[in-house]
Structure formats: structure tokens, C-alpha cells
Design a protein around this ligand. Structure first.
Ligand SMILES: *[C@@H]1O[C@H](CO)[C@@H](O)[C@H](O)[C@H]1NC(C)=O
Length: 442
């Protein structure tokens, strides 16, 4: 593991060089491929060094991190202060890789918190409107509010059990309600669950494209990953308490899907749709059955790629039209016919069309939730229906209709932008051929 960290650490220094933008992007991409080939996974953690190691669950998310982070750089070729920007992206990647590969709960907590700082700086430094300050404060304080109890929980565990190793804590079992809340709540805010999701649309609307990509792609998955790690301690208690979280997130998913249908801001539409999807993920984890947990993991990866791609698409229009409003971004089929296919492909992935891994994960989650309680059919069917409805709404309102007459000149889509969309779409639709990796089968 240490060589991966050294690679990332030295990458952070490489932003002292001039004109290293594409070199940095390539190096990140290269690291992704190194990661693919340099591990031989086993049933527990492998390649241990100090408190770090990798198992099947963290492996997939690390690959996703590196993939999304290199695409973040690819998406932001017009960014100002390139070197500072690269610095933020590298630090963020470094912290995220450390988060996913730490085997110690305290280290996990530490890097989990540290990854907020570069994200905040990305939003504050490269966002567009002055409201980004408010959005940044929202992001910071929502997550801090959730995660300070987690710190207390971690200390409690250390004092009483004497170990914070992720391998060990699976053998503990606790029945204290407050411990359960302190361990779960930080991740619920981060995911975000309905009721504590209000920071997310704000942060997305104010963030630059790279900030939105990393938020939707990785940071929301930190919450899911954290719950997957600690839920084993609360299996017994969870049997009597998890129904609250499942029903909140399913019912919230329906409400949020309805909210999606009345958005006129493209970015907040995509942001709200990710709240709905993460609700499904949370519901799946909280059922505590195999299909639910693995389906949730799979949906985290699928949604990370898909919503990040949609944010890229929205940003392509935003760079050209200067607005994210659906009232202005109409009839794009006339201006950018070659982009319409990408809108179509990514919107259909978002509504879980075959052969995307979104579909497979949704099927797994449907199985798990319906077997948990048949009443959830009500919410699930409404959610599937509305997710198709708002994806179609997004597609047809932006591509069809009369075009906005105020547009005089228009840049076409460049090759690198097509590459960006292609690299989002390919893993979603090809991973279905190798889905044993993302359902954690060895
Ligand atoms: C992981 O361990 C294997 C041998 O057990 C080794 O070949 C590989 O290079 C290691 N990978 C990393 C990134 O350290």
C-alpha cells in the first residue's frame, strides 16, 4: 500500500511544476491501472502496511475514486489557477484513497473528515455565485454536526473494547441505542438520508463541475461505505431499529423523486435524483440481507459513475449557454445533435435501463426490500416509475422543443469532452459482464 501512497504524495508535489495539467491527469489514470493489476484480493485485507490494507469492498471504491478523480481533471480543462486546482484534486484523491484503505476506525474517521476540506475549498474557490459561501458552510456544518458523535463513539469503543480494527469490530455486538445512533448518524448525513439531505442540492448547485463530480461520485459513497463497515456491530439492535431508517429512506425517496419532477435547474434535478438513489442504497443496507448489502454496494458504484456523467453533461451546456435553467436549455437537439446521444445514454442509465449495472443493482435491491417487507412494493414501484419519469423529463425538456432565441454563437463539443462522457458511460455498461467484482465475490 505504501507505494500507492508515495505515488499520490509525490503527485501532490508535482503541481509545483508549470504546465503539468495533462501530465497530472495521465498520471492519475495510470495509477488507476496500476491499482487494477497490483493486487491479488483475498477473503480479508491484503497488502497490509501499518493500519492500511485493502479488501474487496474498499478495492472497488478506490478504483472508482481514482477513475472519477482523473475524469474531474479531464472535465476542468478551462479552470483558472490550474496548479492550485490540481493540488486540491490530488489532496482529495489522497485522502479518499486513505479513507477507503484504512483498517482502523479512528484513521477512517480522520480521513473521512479530512476529505471535507479540499471539497470545501473546491466549492469556495472555483464555484460561480457568491452563494457558494453559504453552501460551503452548510456542507461543513451538516457533516460536522453528524460526525462529532461518531468521534465519541469511536473513543467509547476504544476504551471499552480496546480495539478499533475493522477486522475486530465485526465480532463485537452492541445493544446501546445511543452508540448505534452515534455510529450511524454521521454516515446518514453524508449519504444523505432524507431529512438531512438539504446540504446536498445547495452544495451541488454552487460547486464547479469537478466539485459536483466528486460529491456525487465519491463523497456520498463514503457514507454508504462507513455504514457497511460498522453495521456488523449493530446487527442485533438493527433488527429492531432498522425499519425506521428503511421506511424513512424509501418514503423520502418517493418524495424526492416528486421534487425532481418540478425542478427547472438541471443541476439540482440531478442532485435530487441522487438523493433518491441513495435512499434506495440505505434501504438495501438496512435490510441486513445479502442481496441488500451487495445491491447497495453495486448501486453506489453505478450511481457514482452515472450521476457524475450527468453532471458533466449539465456543465457542458452551462459552459455554452451560461445558464442551467431548463427554460433556456431547450431544443439542444438542434444545436448539439451529437451530444443528444450521450444525454440519451446517460439518462437511460439513470433510469436503470439494461444493460447498465444500475439495472442490476436495482433488481437486487428490489429483491431484498420486497423480501424484507412486501409493503415496500408501494414505495419501490413509485420510485422506479418516477425515476423513469424524471429522467425522461430531463432528456426530453433539454433536447426537444423550441430552442432559446437568445443564443448567438455556440462552441461545438470537443474531442476531450466526448472522451469524458465515453469514459463515464463505458464502465456502467461493461461492468455488467464482470459483475462478480462489484458484488464482492472473489
Ligand atoms: C500486494 O501484494 C502482492 C504480493 O502479495 C504484491 O505482488 C503486490 O505488488 C502488492 N501490491 C501493492 C500495491 O503493494
Amino acid at each position: 500500500m505504501l507505494k500507492i501512497y508515495l505515488y499520490l504524495g509525490f503527485l501532490c508535489f508535482s503541481c509545483l511544476l508549470k504546465k503539468n495539467f495533462w501530465m497530472g491527469q495521465n498520471l492519475m489514470f495510470f495509477l488507476m491501472f496500476l491499482m487494477i493489476f497490483m493486487f491479488k484480493l483475498d477473503f480479508s485485507f491484503v497488502n497490509l502496511s501499518y493500519c492500511f490494507g485493502i479488501d474487496v469492498m474498499s478495492y472497488g471504491l478506490i478504483l472508482l475514486t481514482l477513475w472519477i478523480c482523473s475524469l474531474m481533471i479531464l472535465a476542468s480543462s478551462f479552470v483558472l489557477y490550474k496548479n492550485f486546482f490540481l493540488m486540491m484534486v490530488y489532496l482529495l484523491t489522497f485522502f479518499l484513497v486513505l479513507t477507503f484503505s484504512s483498517m482502523n476506525l479512528f484513521l477512517f474517521y480522520l480521513f473521512f473528515e479530512m476529505s471535507i476540506i479540499p471539497t470545501l475549498l473546491l466549492i469556495l474557490g472555483w464555484g460561480y455565485q457568491p452563494e457558494r459561501l453559504q453552501a460551503g458552510i452548510y456542507l461543513l456544518f451538516y457533516t460536522m454536526f453528524g460526525s462529532l458523535p461518531l468521534l465519541l463513539g469511536v473513543f467509547y469503543l476504544m476504551i471499552n473494547m480496546g480495539s478499533l480494527s475493522l477486522v475486530m469490530i465485526m465480532n463485537f455486538s452492541f445493544m446501546q441505542f445511543f452508540l448505534y445512533m452515534s455510529f450511524i448518524f454521521a454516515f446518514l448525513v453524508k449519504m444523505p438520508m432524507f431529512f438531512v439531505h438539504l446540504w446536498l442540492p445547495k452544495a451541488h448547485v454552487e460547486a464547479p463541475v469537478s466539485g459536483s463530480m466528486i460529491l456525487a461520485g465519491i463523497l456520498l459513497k463514503l457514507g454508504g461505505y462507513g455504514i457497511l463497515r460498522v453495521i456488523a456491530m449493530f446487527q442485533k439492535l438493527g433488527l429492531s431499529l432498522n425499519f425506521i431508517l428503511v421506511s424513512t429512506s424509501l418514503f423520502g425517496g418517493v418524495l424526492v423523486s416528486l421534487i425532481c419532477l418540478r425542478q427547472v435547474d438541471l443541476k439540482s434535478l440531478v442532485a435530487y435524483s441522487s438523493v433518491a438513489h441513495m435512499g434506495l442504497v440505505l434501504g438495501g443496507i438496512m435490510t441486513l440481507n445479502f442481496w441488500g448489502v451487495e445491491g447497495a454496494y453495486m448501486m453506489m458504484i453505478a450511481h457514482g459513475l452515472c450521476s457524475s456523467g450527468l453532471f458533466c453533461l449539465v456543465n457542458l451546456l452551462y459552459e455554452r449557454v451560461g445558464s442551467r435553467s431548463l427554460l433556456l436549455n431547450k431544443g439542444m437537439l438542434n444545436f448539439l445533435p451529437s451530444l443528444a446521444i450521450w444525454w440519451f445514454l446517460l439518462c437511460s442509465c439513470n433510469m436503470a435501463a439494461p444493460p447498465s449495472i444500475n439495472l442490476m443493482s436495482e433488481i437486487m435491491l428490489l429483491n431484498s426490500l420486497v423480501s424484507w417487507s412486501w409493503l415496500s412494493i408501494l414505495c419501490l414501484s413509485l420510485m422506479s416509475f418516477f425515476s423513469a419519469a424524471y429522467s425522461l423529463y430531463l432528456y426530453s425538456y433539454s433536447q426537444h422543443g423550441q430552442m432559446f432565441s437568445g443564443i448567438f454563437s455556440f462552441l461545438t463539443i470537443s474531442c476531450s469532452e466526448f472522451l469524458l462522457l465515453f469514459l463515464h458511460w463505458v464502465p456502467i455498461n461493461l461492468l455488467i459482464l464482470k459483475c462478480d467484482v462489484i458484488v464482492n465475490w472473489l
